[in-house]
Ligand binder design. Structure first.
Ligand SMILES: [Zn+2]
Length: 120
């Protein structure tokens, strides 16, 4: 599916996608390890429309619309802004027990709950 996407971990803080996922999802929701996510931000057509994150431990790939795009939309100041739930899609997995999740979208807070399950 992501055959043309090259994942890599950038040095230091990395780009926008790496900073976002490190801050919001420090633990992989599927394998529950502290993930040093690899991202494919800005490399190719697919990555220009979605941020892609890959867990180096279990190989799961998540994607979401770039957050910068949403923030760039000008809105009338009179509108009371309701925070939109960020939805992450599970694009692909490598472990057979995760296969049911492929193609499904989950709110960030739900994935964060998964990540915290089983941790003390
Ligand atoms: Zn994982």
């Amino acid at each position: 599916m992501n055959a043309h996407v090259a994942f890599r971990r950038e040095e230091g803080e990395g780009g926008s996608a790496q900073r976002w996922v490190d801050a919001n999802l420090p633990t992989c929701p599927l394998c529950r390890t502290q993930s040093l996510w690899e991202t494919a931000e800005g490399s190719g057509d697919l990555a220009s429309t979605r941020w892609l994150f890959r867990c180096p431990t279990c190989g799961a790939v998540f994607s979401m619309p770039p957050e910068v795009r949403a923030a760039a939309v000008a809105e009338p100041v009179t509108v009371v802004k309701v925070p939109l739930a960020v939805l992450l899609r599970i694009d692909s997995v490598q472990r057979s027990q995760d296969e049911d999740f492929v193609g499904e979208e989950f709110p960030l807070n739900e994935l964060q709950e998964w990540a915290s399950e089983g941790q003390d």
